[in-house]
Structure formats: C-alpha cells, structure tokens
Design a protein around this ligand. Structure first.
Ligand code: NAD
Length: 255
C-alpha cells in the first residue's frame, strides 16, 4: 500500500484493459491519475467510480495539444506530474506487407509510436522543471522480435524501445527515468476483438500459447508499470521489463 503516495500520473489509454488496470493500481497505491483516453463514456464512468483521485480528460494521442492538455489538467488537479504512462494503442494495419498502404502505416505509427514520442517529450518538459519523474511506455513482445504481430505494429513497438533507451540516456541528468514494459498476449478488449469479443476463447488461446500455461491479465502488466513508476525502481532506466510468460524466450530458443 502507498507505494505511489502523493504521485500524479497521466495514463494514456487509461479507460480500458492494461491502462484501466494501471489507473486502478495507481489509486490503490495512494496516487492520483488522469485517464487520458479517446473513449469518453468509459473514461468518465471509470473516473466517477474511482472518486476524487481520478480524472478523465478526453485525449487523442495523435494530437500533441491533447497530450499537453492532459498533463496540464493533471498538474492543476493533483500537483506536479511525477509519472507518465504511454499506453494507448490499437492493432492497426494488418495483412501482407505488399498490401499495406502508406496511409494505414502512418495511422498505426501515429497511435503506437509518434504518440509515445509526444508523451515522453511533453512529460519530460514539465518533469525537468521538477527535477524528477518516471515515464513508462507500453511496448510488446512484438517490439522484441518479428512474427509476433502485424508488420506496422512490430515496427512501432520496436521504435518505442529505441526511443526509450535514447530518451533515458538524455534525461537521467534531469532525474527522469524512462522505461518500457513489454507484455505478451494479455486478455483485454484489444485481444478479445480478435475472437469477436469472446473473452473465454481469447483467454484459452493466450493460455495455449503461454510457456507458463497462464493467461496474462491486465493486472499482471499493471504490476510491472507500477514498479517502474515507484521509487523501488529508482536505479532502473532505459530498461524493457518483459512480462510475457516466456513467449519471447521460448521463441528465441526454438528459432
Ligand atoms: P485496450 O483496447 O483494452 O485499451 C487501449 C486503450 O487505448 C483504449 O481505451 C482506447 O480507447 C485507447 N486508445 C486507442 N486509440 C487512442 C487514441 N488515438 N488516443 C487515446 N486513446 C486511444 O487495449 P490493451 O490491450 O489494454 O492495450 C494497451 C497497450 O498494451 C497498447 O499499447 C497495446 O499495443 C499494448 N499491448 C497489448 C497486448 C495485449 O495482448 N493486450 C500485448 C502487448 C502490448
């Protein structure tokens, strides 16, 4: 309890799945969170349920002005920004690389990669003034190797890891830590869409692909994000915390 006491965190994509679990964990641990999501109804409902330490701010992560506004709202409501979680995501362009249009590529990169650049940039601007902060971006097992996701998704998630290392090397001097978590298949509305909303089916599919034989749930990923936001990770920066039941390890061993 109280591992994030007094902290003020913006969570993009905070209305659903991993983002929602992260918002709940932050509040459970004594912090405050801005749910920065494009889904207004769900975001407002969640903020109402969680009470005075949560706030919804409608945010489209492709728009820099929206990200800045979410950070400003967080500081007005809860004090200096201490944490930023760049989590919003989609699957984006799917199918053969030869059939993928450049518009579909741009759209996917805009939501999965460019948004992380904007989140790190604008969080770091205010954190520099405070002399500390922790930024956590959500990549994927598909950010570590090929063949685990669609092409554009894979590229976007690799880019998140690259920018994280690069930003960590600059921002250490300002007391700002920059890390990522890399989930494997996790039961959320994003993956449930792959089975037409059948949660039981996607849970079984994720379990079957899991070397540990477990279906990863949003709380499993939120726990990793919470650690990287907290002072327990005060020595950790530029790191990718893989939470994937061993999928990347076993794939690498059999390749
Ligand atoms: P989800 O669909 O449950 O949640 C994603 C959230 O992002 C939604 O609330 C959605 O409204 C929001 N969002 C989408 N586009 C947005 C935009 N333009 N602006 C603001 N918000 C936007 O999905 P999830 O599975 O919780 O995914 C969260 C993150 O985890 C994503 O970055 C995803 O790529 C990553 N991830 C998920 C899995 C998995 O198996 N679920 C695995 C690896 C990585």
């Amino acid at each position: 309890m109280d591992r994030l006491k007094g902290q003020c965190v913006v969570v993009t994509g905070g209305a659903s799945g991993i983002g929602e679990a992260t918002v709940r964990a932050i509040i459970r641990e004594g912090g405050s969170a801005v749910i920065a999501d494009i889904q207004q109804d769900r975001g407002e409902e969640l903020a109402r349920e969680l009470g005075s330490n949560a706030l919804f701010r409608k945010t489209d992560v492709t728009q820099e002005a929206d990200i800045i506004a979410a950070i400003v709202s967080a500081e007005e409501a809860f004090g200096p920004l201490t944490g930023m979680v760049n989590n919003a995501g989609i699957i984006g362009a799917v199918g053969s690389i030869t059939e993928t249009t450049s518009d579909a590529f741009d759209h996917t990169m805009s939501i999965l990669s460019r948004s992380v650049f904007l989140g790190i940039k604008n969080a770091a601007k205010v954190m520099k003034e405070h002399g500390k902060g922790a930024i956590v971006s959500v990549t994927s097992s598909a950010g570590l190797m090929g063949g685990l996701g669609p092409h554009c998704y894979t590229m976007a998630k690799h880019a998140v890891i690259g920018l994280t290392k690069s930003a960590a090397s600059e921002l250490s001097a300002n007391g700002i830590r920059v890390n990522t978590v890399a989930p494997g298949g996790t039961v959320t509305p994003l993956t449930a869409a792959l089975t037409d909303g059948d949660t039981a089916l996607i849970t079984e599919a994720i379990k079957a692909a899991s070397p540990l034989g477990i279906a990863c749930m949003p709380d499993d990923i939120a726990d990793g994000i919470l650690y990287l936001l907290s002072d327990e990770a005060r020595y950790v920066t530029g790191h990718t915390l893989v939470i994937d039941a061993g999928i990347t390890t076993s794939q690498l061993q059999t390749d």
